[in-house]
Write a protein that binds this ligand. Structure first.
Ligand code: 13P
Ligand code: SF4
Length: 341
């Protein structure tokens, strides 16, 4: 494809979503990324939160955490460039260790992954012996290695229901755990909840990790927007608090939100999740209006730029490594999840 054809296609798709003044500059970067990608036999996986030019013009496969894990496991390419955050790139390495996995920025972390350590999980297992540990994929490899099974926002309820015991340890997102506990009819406690342990009246043990983006949305935000736009359909990611989920019309993974907007007929939508995803959905559904609260951004996902993705391919940086003893144990927990859904 010539540069001009590429530029025309990008302008058609992203007019209004990429400022005119940046269109040519971004098209040049994206065009060059695609050229080197071919040359190096690489695949680019992009999370739904990537900015529109990256998401639409260079990623070979886009999706939520679960979809991207599956894609990472089956790719035949030599290099996987992961346009997402570190725990996602680590998951790709765990599933496909023969490949070179690159994360374009060293700063792309996650507040949930940072909220718990492998030692914390070992302490909980000693406190609740025999209780299976379900760990959200938004954790680092050594935490996954201490777990029986992983889950994502797209399959958490199925994963919990697949276990044979009534009681589970569910880590580390407090709100996702509470939302899953409600859907699976479990009473949740936290190890710091005074008195709860003595009564033994619980089926889920949680942890108080939070997503620094989704924890900021409030019920008042939903009420304010509904007052202004009574016909708005409100979609919230399950990392939002149970109260916000309750006030919303739909809750699901980022991919489930995208599908819901596509299938629904409402004229306007409020997306309670990272802001860039609203641009990507709006670009694909130009007849529908996306409302977002863009003061809330993910500082980690936002580290991944076109410039860094190009540098990543040019300099083979930043290479993700996971020590084999951790990788093999984390692999079991992720594989077990993938086998379910
Ligand atoms: P999804 O798996 O729903 O894409 O969520 C990942 C994430 O980090 C949300 O903040
Ligand atoms: Fe982590 Fe939240 Fe950013 Fe997702 S949006 S990567 S959960 S900090």
């Amino acid at each position: 494809m010539t540069f001009q054809t590429f530029y025309d296609e990008m302008s058609r798709k992203l007019e209004g979503f990429v400022p005119d003044i940046e269109m040519r500059y971004k098209a040049e970067l994206a065009y060059e990324i695609n050229r080197i990608k071919e040359e190096r036999n690489a695949v680019i996986l992009g999370h739904n939160y990537m900015e529109p030019a990256l998401y639409n013009m260079v990623c070979d496969i886009t999706g939520d955490s679960l979809e991207l894990s599956r894609a990472a496991a089956r790719t035949q390419k030599d290099i996987i460039v992961f346009c997402g955050v570190r725990f996602m790139a680590e998951t790709a390495k765990i599933l496909n260790p023969e490949k070179t996995v690159l994360l374009p920025s060293e700063k792309a972390g996650c507040s949930l992954a940072a909220s718990i350590t492998a030692q914390d999980v070992r302490t909980l297992k000693a406190q609740f012996p025999g209780v299976p540990v379900v760990t959200y994929v938004n954790t680092y490899a050594d935490v996954k290695a201490e777990s029986d099974i992983c889950c994502t926002s797209g399959n958490a309820v199925e994963v919990v229901n697949s276990l044979e015991t009534d009681t589970v340890i569910f880590l580390p997102d407090e709100y996702l755990a509470k939302n899953v506990a409600r859907e699976t009819n479990k009473k949740i406690i936290f190890p710091d909840t005074k008195g709860a342990l003595e009564h033994g009246d619980y089926q889920m043990i949680g942890w108080r990790g939070h997503c620094e983006v989704h924890e900021k949305f409030t019920v008042q935000d939903v009420l304010n927007v509904r007052k202004q736009y009574p016909d708005v359909l409100v979609l919230a990611h399950p990392e939002c608090s149970p109260e916000v989920i309750e006030a919303s019309d739909f809750s699901g993974s980022t991919a489930a939100m995208i599908r819901h907007v596509k299938q629904s007929r409402a004229p306007r939508y409020l997306l309670l999740t990272e802001c860039a995803m609203g641009d990507n959905i709006a670009a694909a559904n130009k007849d529908k209006e996306m409302l977002r609260l863009c003061s809330v951004r993910c500082p980690h996902m936002n580290q991944i730029t076109l410039e860094d993705t190009l540098e990543s391919l040019r300099k083979t940086q930043y290479v993700i490594e996971v020590p084999e003893d951790i990788r093999s144990r984390a692999f079991r927990a992720i594989e077990r999840m993938i086998a379910i859904r």
